[in-house]
Design a protein around this ligand. Structure first.
Ligand code: NDP
Length: 297
């Protein structure tokens, strides 16, 4: 078997076109969705991510502002900046690019963000909403994984999903989303025994670890769907995922490449969260606006 390659770049492009229509519709109703990105320090990977987010948001018609603060910024200054964005009515989404430089308390910063503007979905109120199955803003990478499955006709209900990685950013929220869609979910981590056997049971495998090639091709159950969230640089300086892609593609039914798989979806979901936040802040039905743009596709 040779797997279908799930083209995340193309899918994200289609999503972003729909979202641009949503933005146009919101503007017709007098709402101009605004995203504020806060970047502290000079981390090169963060600079690239922020540039990409900035470009994608502008292309979709969002108003984007990036607040750049020096690496020596103290906690109080950062919290004050977040407070100011919380008060700014033109800002509907706030994203503080993580990781923060050493010495800054990430949890305290995340908790300072107005949950209604928390487009990363990391505020405890949004985490609780997700766990309880209530409306809230959902973390972008897990939301992107679900969107990829949905747009490729891959069923979740009743199927065995195995997630490798239990971070607050990816593994845990994705488990909640898959569970909400009636998947049977197992979360693995660094203490999991016989990872190969657990992964081998999965009809949907998600790797979110940060170790190049950790998930071996031979582990994949024939016909399974494999989503590779990992972004690693190999010895040759090339971007690679957490899965042995070529070997896994021999057994899988469908697989995401790295780059060009889950990554582009993350940014698309950030735009979607900003649109949802802007609609809700203005008393509009976000679901209806998203659905009408999707129906026009
Ligand atoms: P974290 O480092 O926060 O979490 C990694 C997880 O992997 C932990 O739960 C850890 O277990 C587990 N783990 C580590 N080693 C092993 C092992 N040998 N066997 C099984 N599990 C293991 O990472 P993130 O979730 O933030 O990110 C994961 C990857 O996804 C990274 O490569 C990151 O760059 C990428 N990423 C990609 C995004 C995208 O848009 N495509 C967005 C976000 C992240 P334990 O808890 O026991 O330590």
């Amino acid at each position: 078997m040779t797997a279908i390659i799930i083209d995340g770049k193309a899918t994200a492009g289609a999503v972003r076109e729909e979202l641009a229509r949503c933005v146009a519709e919101l503007k017709d109703r007098g709402v101009h969705p605004g995203l504020a990105v806060v970047l502290v320090g000079e981390d090169p990977a963060s600079q690239v991510y922020v540039r990409n987010k900035d470009r994608a948001a502008s292309e979709a018609g969002l108003a984007v502002s990036t607040l750049r603060l020096g690496a020596d910024t103290d906690q109080a200054t950062l919290l004050a900046a977040v407070e100011e964005l919380n008060r700014d009515e033109a800002v509907h989404g706030i994203l503080v690019q993580l990781p923060l430089p050493e010495g800054l308390d990430e949890n305290q910063v995340i908790e300072a963000i107005d949950p209604a503007k928390d487009v990363d979905g990391l505020h405890p109120r949004n985490v609780a909403a997700l766990t309880m199955g209530r409306a809230g803003l959902v973390p972008c990478t897990p939301a992107g994984c679900i969107e990829l499955l949905d747009r490729h006709g891959i069923e979740i209900e009743g199927r065995r999903a195995v997630i490798v990685g239990r971070s607050m950013l990816v593994g845990k929220p994705l488990a909640a989303l898959l569970l909400a869609r009636h998947g049977t979910v197992t979360i693995c981590h660094s203490r999991t025994r016989d990872l190969a056997a657990v992964v081998g049971e999965a009809e949907i495998v998600v790797a979110a670890v940060g170790v190049a090639g950790l998930v071996k091709g031979a582990w994949i159950r024939p016909g399974a769907t494999v989503l590779d969230v990992g972004i690693n640089r190999n010895e040759a300086g090339k971007l690679v995922g957490d899965v042995e892609t070529a070997a896994a593609a021999e057994r899988a039914g469908a697989i995401t490449p790295v780059p060009g798989g889950v990554g582009p979806m993350t940014i698309a979901m950030l735009l979607r969260n900003t649109i949802i936040a802007a609609a809700l802040a203005n008393g509009l039905d976000a679901e209806e606006i998203l659905a009408s743009a999707a129906a026009a596709r």
